[in-house]
Design a protein around this ligand. Structure first.
Ligand SMILES: [Fe+2]
Length: 298
């Protein structure tokens, strides 16, 4: 099976027939990566200078725009004039705006329930020597974050490779989420009643970790720890060339970033119930397998 589904849209505000929109949403929700090799994010001449790792603070790796907080984070403190700061912010904001235009054009049914999350520019090379296996994104995983529980909302991401030297962003993508979960979910543990409360009180988590988040995190960690799985599980390698946009549910598609530098990324979140096919959401897949609700407050 080819996990990559390619379309030829070449404008962020493209107009698309409803039959093509159906193809996009069906493929995306069933765990495909939507690749748009002709949808370039164009940098202005004066933005070319931002294509350097020197702009990023090495700790945060991403230069990010947070919609609620405002302003950019992750810039190296000493670098840049006020004019540079507003120019880099404008570049990242333009990517956020165009990503939203794209979603509204090809996935219009998401719009009433879509939340705009962070927008990032990653000028650093993919890190091949992570400090721990859990942080090693060259290992196949679906996204789950220890301090940032999603409580079952989907992570929809729009990426673009802006590399000026012709270098691809190289990913590996793995087997369908439910196949992985069938093997690994039985090895995960339930969340202890006091555990979530305590993590929230101690500010280890930004909001309450649900059992869904707890299981997703264990799947993430177990998969990354299993080198046999990493090498032998069904997978394909894909090169996203410069000028390519790709859209993926990163909480569902098993992915690993192998190489590349200079990438834009927009994150959206969406409740599982707002999908066309809610049963494909990791929340629903895990609830069905465990035969119980994994989010308390529903
Ligand atoms: Fe990831």
């Amino acid at each position: 099976m080819n996990i990559i589904k390619t379309f030829n849209f070449n404008q962020w505000d493209t107009t698309v027939d409803s039959s093509v929109r159906d193809e996009v949403i069906d493929a995306l929700e069933h765990g495909h990566v939507i690749a748009l090799p002709q949808l370039e994010f164009k940098l202005l001449p004066e933005e070319q200078k931002f294509l350097s790792p020197d702009w990023a603070d090495k700790k945060s790796k991403n230069i990010s725009l947070r919609p609620r907080a405002g302003g950019v984070s992750g810039l190296k403190g000493a670098i840049g004039s006020e004019a540079d700061l507003s120019a880099i912010q404008a570049m990242i904001q333009r990517y956020a705006d165009q990503s939203l235009q794209l979603i509204s054009a090809i996935l219009p049914s998401y719009m009433p329930n879509l939340t705009i999350a962070n927008t990032s520019f990653r000028p650093l090379e993919v890190e091949t020597r992570a400090s721990s296996y859990r942080k090693d994104d060259t290992r196949l995983h679906s996204d789950a974050f220890p301090s940032n529980p999603t409580q079952g909302t989907r992570l929809l991401r729009v990426f673009n490779n802006v590399n000026p030297y012709g270098k691809p962003r190289v990913w590996r993508v793995g087997e369908p989420f439910d196949k992985m979960a069938e093997a690994y979910l039985p090895k995960t543990k339930a969340l202890l009643p006091m555990q979530a409360w305590l993590m929230k009180q101690l500010h280890i988590t930004k909001r309450t970790r649900t059992e869904y988040d707890h299981r997703m995190l264990q799947l993430h960690d177990q998969l990354k720890a299993d080198m046999h799985y990493q090498q032998h599980a069904p997978q394909q390698s894909v090169n996203f060339m410069p000028g390519t946009t790709w859209i993926v549910y990163s909480d569902q598609v098993l992915h690993a970033a192998m190489a590349g530098q200079y990438m834009m990324e927009q994150t959206f979140s969406l409740p599982a119930n707002a999908l066309k096919w809610p049963e494909t959401a990791p929340l629903k897949v895990l609830e069905k397998m465990l035969n119980k609700p994994l989010i308390n407050s529903r």
